[in-house]
Design a protein around this ligand. Structure first.
Ligand code: URA
Length: 186
């Protein structure tokens, strides 16, 4: 298994799919490499592509607010995405792009050894929990996969479009923080 620095360097040089031709920066992931809580989004957007940092646009600000509202922060967790490069015009990641990129996330996960994985949005939940995942029905539910507790929350960009779902997402974050405290990892 590669160490963090080798994995990062390989990711930054990756040409496994065509998104390498349109990216400005690879968005590898950020946060505490010793954290036992891993948040996984879908793919970088414009601001992330420009900065190389996940969740720094409008959706990212909302994610920060949700984390802070339950005593978490991006410094206390690790944040990554299914795709490390931005799909043009923020279209959904293609299955072949996800498959090409997933080995990086798998190795990040192996290095982190998280106790809790939070899928941020439908695409991550479908890829990592269940291909038929119904985000409106199943957000906030807990699943155990190979000893890891997994859950999914609505994507903050969906919350920016539909404010009425914010309270239920706040409750999901409350539950995540409670679970982390119960597990002794917060
Ligand atoms: N949306 C995501 O899913 N990930 C990011 O990093 C930014 C926006």
């Amino acid at each position: 298994m590669r160490d963090w620095d080798t994995l990062l360097a390989d990711c930054q040089n990756c040409t496994a799919c065509s998104l390498c031709r349109t990216r400005t920066n690879v968005v590898f992931g950020r946060g505490d490499r010793a954290s036992k809580i891993l948040f996984i989004g879908e793919a970088p957007g414009e601001q992330e592509d420009l900065s190389g940092v996940p969740f720094v646009g409008a959706a990212g600000h909302l994610l920060d607010d949700l984390l802070l509202s339950v005593g978490l922060s991006r410094e206390k967790v690790y944040i990554a995405n299914i795709l490390k490069c931005r799909p043009p015009n923020n279209r959904d990641p293609l299955p072949e792009e996800q498959d090409a990129c997933l080995p990086f996330l798998r190795e990040q996960t192996a290095l982190l050894q998280p106790r809790i994985i939070v899928c941020v949005g439908r695409i991550a939940a479908a890829k990592l929990i269940d291909p038929g995942f119904k985000i409106m029905r199943q957000h906030g539910q807990w699943f155990e996969r190979r000893g890891v507790l997994m859950t999914a929350v609505l994507h903050p960009s969906a919350l920016l479009r539909s404010q009425s779902n914010r309270p239920l997402t706040y409750l999901d974050f409350v539950d995540i923080a409670e679970r982390a405290r119960a597990e002794g990892i917060l």
